[in-house]
Design a protein around this ligand. Structure first.
Ligand SMILES: Nc1ncnc2c1ncn2[C@@H]1O[C@H](COP(=O)(O)OP(=O)(O)OP(=O)(O)O)[C@@H](O)[C@H]1O
Ligand SMILES: O=C(O)[C@H](O)[C@@H](O)[C@H](O)[C@H](O)CO
Length: 180
């Protein structure tokens, strides 16, 4: 048993694994949820078809496109948090207002895990992906929209130039300390 798998929380965490497209949110979020025995929700599954169509055509989403999507995800997070106590969601959550909106929808404080990487690595990972609607041409608009969590937002920042297992180990251990 690794140190991370022995982590015990006083309270189950409500976590948003966040960052720009290609940073590894779905990959790390799913693995972290499995490690912590918590439900996993992927924001990609909550987009209305019009949003997916827009992104597929290489057009960045606007705030207006994102609010209903964030409301739907926040509602699903709340259901899981009510039933299970905690939840891990993968969601770009690029702007502070989006993270606040999610926290309000859930009714509990969120902990963000920001997957941070440089543009070259992000682009390589997006280009290597074959089965995803999000085109690499949208990366720069994602980077432009990203507002790094401020001092008053509980956040764990992870550099994505590490193996998935290492990232999950670090996140699991740090969450035990960050969770109120
Ligand atoms: N730490 C890592 N090391 C190597 N490859 C990784 C790592 N994390 C993710 N990947 C790979 O990078 C690609 C992007 O990851 P993923 O789809 O999870 O990102 P994402 O942030 O969910 O993207 P999007 O927001 O566009 O859905 C995938 O092919 C995934 O397998
Ligand atoms: O906020 C946004 O611009 C979008 O929702 C994207 O982040 C996508 O969800 C994702 O990155 C592609 O799967």
């Amino acid at each position: 048993m690794t140190a991370a798998s022995r982590v015990r929380f006083q309270q189950r965490p409500v976590v948003v694994v966040m960052g720009v497209s290609g940073s590894g949110k779905s990959t790390i979020g799913a693995a972290l949820a499995l490690r912590l025995g918590l439900p996993f929700l992927d924001a990609d599954d909550y987009h209305p078809p019009a949003n997916v169509d827009k992104m597929s055509r290489g057009v960045p989403l606007t705030d207006t496109d994102r609010w209903p999507w964030l409301t739907a995800l926040g509602g699903a997070m709340r259901e899981q948090a009510d039933q299970v106590g905690g939840v891990i969601a993968a969601c770009s959550a690029l702007k502070r207002a989006y993270r606040q909106h999610l926290a309000e929808a859930v009714g509990l404080p969120l902990v963000s895990v920001l997957l941070d990487g440089d543009r070259d690595l992000l682009l390589r990972r997006m280009q290597a992906r074959r089965d995803h609607y999000m085109p690499p041409s949208l990366l720069d608009s994602q980077i432009a929209d990203l507002e790094h969590p401020a001092e008053d937002e509980p956040v764990l920042i992870l550099s994505i130039d590490q193996d998935v297992d290492d990232l999950v180990d670090t996140a699991a251990q740090a969450l035990a300390r960050l969770t109120p």
